[in-house]
Design a protein around this ligand. Structure first.
Ligand code: ADP
Ligand code: MG
Length: 228
């Protein structure tokens, strides 16, 4: 049974001149599976994750979640005037995890600045807190919107290891990213979005195994004006 299933979802932002941000999109993810979402800026990736996380409501179509959801949005959703530790406790509690079940040390090295307020942290440090907050709540589904974009090479590797561990433990992952070597390491399949529509979806077995070849394939498959 899929952990996450979306069927024929469409969505438009309200407001003058708003176009349909997503059109007739369907996907499903099994436990322990990772589906990568790839597409140009503005193709609808973050809108899709907001819909799956329930922070937006689809105009048409249906979304079914069979487990607890963890979400790392593209822009952080942390409580800026609270400390790192207070955020961790808050997001763990939202996921039904009590203080005593929070790992010590915290993931991604954030224990070293656990007393600092979120607003006093760099973008990359905030992103590490955001990822840690999602993980400590022990989700069964992880929605990751460019989680590694602000991380230095060291923390990027650590974050990818944690996502791998979660996957091995049966977590279903939806991973938005632009880095094909990250995607090839983590994903079982890729869904390509273009102008809010699915351009194509392929299992990893039907894609080249080198990031450069994959990048070339994507370029050749995307419409000319939508090239990477
Ligand atoms: P991506 O994450 O792939 O870069 P987004 O999902 O953020 O793309 O955006 C998809 C489309 O929806 C874009 O055309 C963008 O301008 C539009 N959009 C995103 N957020 C809003 C919003 N809050 N209000 C109106 N339009 C939006
Ligand atoms: Mg986005």
């Amino acid at each position: 049974m899929p952990m996450l299933k979306a069927e024929h979802i469409s969505f438009s932002y309200t407001g003058r001149g708003s176009q349909e941000a997503l059109r007739d999109l369907s996907l499903q993810i099994e436990p322990g599976e990772c589906l990568a979402i790839v597409g140009r800026n503005g193709s609808g990736k973050s809108t899709l994750l907001s819909l799956l996380a329930g922070s937006l409501k689809p105009g048409t179509g249906s979304i079914e979640c069979a487990g607890k959801l963890g979400y790392v949005p593209q822009g952080n959703a942390l409580l800026e005037d609270l400390s790192v530790w207070e955020n961790v406790v808050f997001f763990a509690a939202l996921g039904g995890i009590s203080k005593k079940d929070i790992p010590d040390p915290l993931p991604l090295g954030i224990s070293s600045f656990r007393r600092k307020k979120i607003r006093a942290l760099s973008g990359g440090m905030q992103k590490r807190v955001s990822i840690a907050c999602a993980l400590v709540a022990k989700p069964q589904i992880l929605l990751l919107d460019e989680p590694c974009a602000a991380l230095d090479i060291f923390w990027k590797m650590k974050a990818l290891e944690l996502f791998w561990e979660a996957k091995r433990a049966g977590v279903a992952i939806l991973y938005v990213g632009h880095d094909f070597s990250e995607i090839l390491r983590l994903s079982d399949g890729i869904l390509f979005l273009d102008h809010g529509r699915q351009l194509f979806q392929r299992p990893l077995s039907q894609l080249p195994s080198s990031p450069i070849e994959l990048e070339e394939l994507v370029r050749s498959l995307l419409p000319e004006e939508a090239s990477f």
